[in-house]
Design a protein around this ligand. Structure first.
Ligand code: NAD
Length: 297
């Protein structure tokens, strides 16, 4: 069995690494915060001392970190994963980061005789816990085949999209659809509230028709219940829209709906909402509408 190193044991990484341990992969783990690392070591993993040390102990190194600079730090910087890699190793970054950084990581790994995959995920904390994540992968086909048994321990819908960076472009597309749909659901429920029509009934009616979506279901319900505990934090979704907007600039196109929702997220962050669930976007729309979504208007 391949020896796996796992770096970044947060909301997503800890349950994902736990599944690999349960599948009996020899696992070395590292996080800059001690608590999740100690928990996995107590469950049978070996403690990593540094990214370089983790790479030296592993055939496959997986990272699940917040943002592009974190991935650059852990993989490319001094003492990083690349310094510990042996030729023929595989680096899999499952964080959501910029496609440009993913391509840079792939090129740097290639120079050391190793492959890299960008393999961001969708499905949230619940998907990570239940091993039902969607995994969107960029990189060489042979590396994808090699990683498949590992991916299957963490996810269900696993798609090889294309070359290096293609997984991250796919994830940016995913985050556009989610963000713009959250805003649409918020506006729809607020139109109902402002018109004196019960938003809970409107959601119920829409769930049976063409406007039906998981976001109308889950996030619409969160808006009605005013349950804005994360979930997926506004600060992370804003980061993902920045990736989408930067990528659009690089390829020379406009994303007007995405830009507008990103500005609404900026407004929510300015009001101290960075750590709320992304469904809390509706509270900014409520300010503009002068009415709140509630179950009993
Ligand atoms: P998180 O903040 O909970 O976890 C990140 C972990 O990385 C933390 O435990 C942190 O201590 C660790 N870390 C950061 N820098 C490090 C370093 N230099 N060395 C070692 N450890 C380091 O974040 P998360 O929610 O698990 O998200 C991880 C990635 O997955 C992000 O890119 C996010 O956008 C993406 N994602 C998150 C969700 C979600 O619902 N939370 C869903 C899909 C994708």
């Amino acid at each position: 069995m391949e020896r796996i190193g796992f770096i970044g044991l947060g909301i997503m990484g800890k349950p994902m690494a736990t599944h690999l341990l349960e599948a009996a992969y020899p696992l070395t783990v590292l996080d800059r915060s001690r608590a999740p690392q100690d928990e996995l070591v107590a469950a049978g993993a070996r403690p990593g001392k540094s990214p370089r040390h983790v790479a030296g102990e592993s055939d496959v190194v997986i990272t699940m970190l917040p943002d592009s600079p974190d991935v650059e730090q852990v993989i490319l910087a001094q003492g990083g994963v690349l310094e510990g890699l042996r030729p023929g190793s595989l680096v899999i970054d499952m964080s959501t980061i910029s496609p440009a950084v993913a391509r840079h990581v792939a090129a740097a790994a290639g120079e050391r005789g190793s492959d890299a995959l960008d393999a961001p995920v969708s499905g949230g904390q619940v998907g990570a816990q239940n091993a039902t994540l969607s995994i969107m992968v960029g990189g060489p086909a042979a590396a994808f085949e090699r990683a498949m048994p590992i991916f299957e321990r963490m996810g269900k819908n696993i798609v090889h999209v294309g070359e290096a960076g293609a997984g991250q472009v796919t994830k940016a597309a995913n985050q556009i659809v989610v963000a713009v749909t959250i805003a649409a659901v918020g506006e729809a429920l607020l139109l109902a509230a402002k018109s004196g029509v019960n938003p809970a009934k409107v959601r119920e009616a829409l769930l049976g028709g063409f406007a039906q979506s998981k976001i109308l279901d889950v996030h619409g319900n969160r808006m009605l219940q005013r349950n804005f505990a994360p979930g997926f934090k506004i600060r992370l979704h804003r980061k993902d829209l920045a990736i989408a907007l930067d990528t659009a600039r690089q390829v020379g196109m406009a994303l007007p709906a995405t830009a507008s929702v990103a500005e609404l997220m900026n407004a929510l962050i300015a009001r101290g909402g960075a750590d709320l669930d992304h469904s809390a976007l509706v509270t900014v729309l409520e300010e503009l509408a002068g009415v709140q979504v509630s179950q009993n208007p």
